[in-house]
Design a protein. Structure first.
Ligand code: BGN
Length: 268
């Protein structure tokens, strides 16, 4: 491998796929050698940790193409052993981002013994190559400065967009709540879980933790999110990884990612 790749320059250029198809993106990334299911590892050293990137998904192919085209070179350069998981919600009812991430965590661990997890929105692309996706000691909020929010953190407890957590800490807090259907609040509930377990949300400097948000249609907000959030604490022990129910409709090791199609309807 060319040693030049080890220099981190700061700002990285956003790559735009010439066509929004997975085949085209795979073609544009053909200079990378993937293992099965979108896994990468350094060729000339042994990575310290195994990392899973968990992406909840439904019906955003254009975003997914940009995400893959940008993330693979970005993460490869950091010499990580990582696997991208795309977890698609099968039904067309309200989207449950948090539950999809719980499913991603659970299913990923059936495939490899991952040390840590990055829960990653498909519409967020890192803009700075010094934003290192290493396993965090404490839960790490990654998407600190997003262009859509003028590169400012909207509120100090925000724990959405992109977060990183060790397997141990994610299990300790019982994962995310499964009860947030529709947009909003599930990330705030996770912030409460983290704090209730005496963990600290950590962040890189906002000059480094910068992200571009891709455009897409807005999701329907969850009218019950305030209620669920304020009563959340009572459910930390009973609502999460330990009462997760779903059905896997498809599991495929594709060239650029491991794909899971899951039915969440059983819980409504
Ligand atoms: C907040 C949302 C988060 C979202 C951020 C950033 C809620 C809960 C009611 C207090 N929280 O308002 O889920 O990530 O905005 O968009 O809606």
């Amino acid at each position: 491998m060319n040693r030049d790749v080890l220099y981190f320059y700061g700002t990285v250029r956003l790559l735009v796929p010439s066509q929004e198809t997975l085949e085209e993106v795979a073609q544009e990334l053909s200079w990378l050698r993937f293992l099965e299911g979108g896994r990468q590892m350094p060729l000339d050293c042994q990575a310290k940790y195994k990392i899973a990137i968990i992406v909840p998904y439904r019906n955003r192919l254009a975003n997914l193409c940009s995400f893959l085209l940008n993330m693979h070179p970005f993460l490869t350069k950091q010499q990580l052993d990582y696997t991208i998981f795309i977890i698609e919600q099968f039904d067309d009812g309200l989207f449950n981002r948090a539950m999809l991430m719980n499913v991603g965590f659970t299913e990923a661990l059936k495939l490899h013994d991952f040390d840590c997890f990055f829960f990653h929105d498909v519409d967020l692309i890192p803009e700075n190559d010094r934003n290192i996706y290493s396993c965090p000691d404490q839960p790490r909020h990654m998407s600190v400065a997003i262009d859509k929010f003028n590169y400012r953190l909207p509120y100090v407890d925000l724990f959405g967009g992109v977060i990183g957590m060790s397997r141990k800490h994610f299990q300790l807090v019982n994962g995310f709540s499964n009860m947030f259907w529709g947009w909003g609040g599930e990330d705030d509930d996770m912030a409460s879980r983290v704090k209730a377990h005496d963990l600290n949300i950590t962040r890189y400097h906002p000059d480094v933790a910068r992200y571009h948000m891709l455009t897409h249609a807005q999701q329907k907000a969850n009218p019950k999110r305030y209620e669920k959030l304020y009563s959340g604490r009572k459910r930390f022990k009973t609502d999460g990884l330990n009462n997760l129910e779903y059905r896997v409709k498809a599991l495929k090791q594709l060239p650029l990612f491991t794909y899971l199609l899951v039915d969440l309807t059983s819980r409504r």
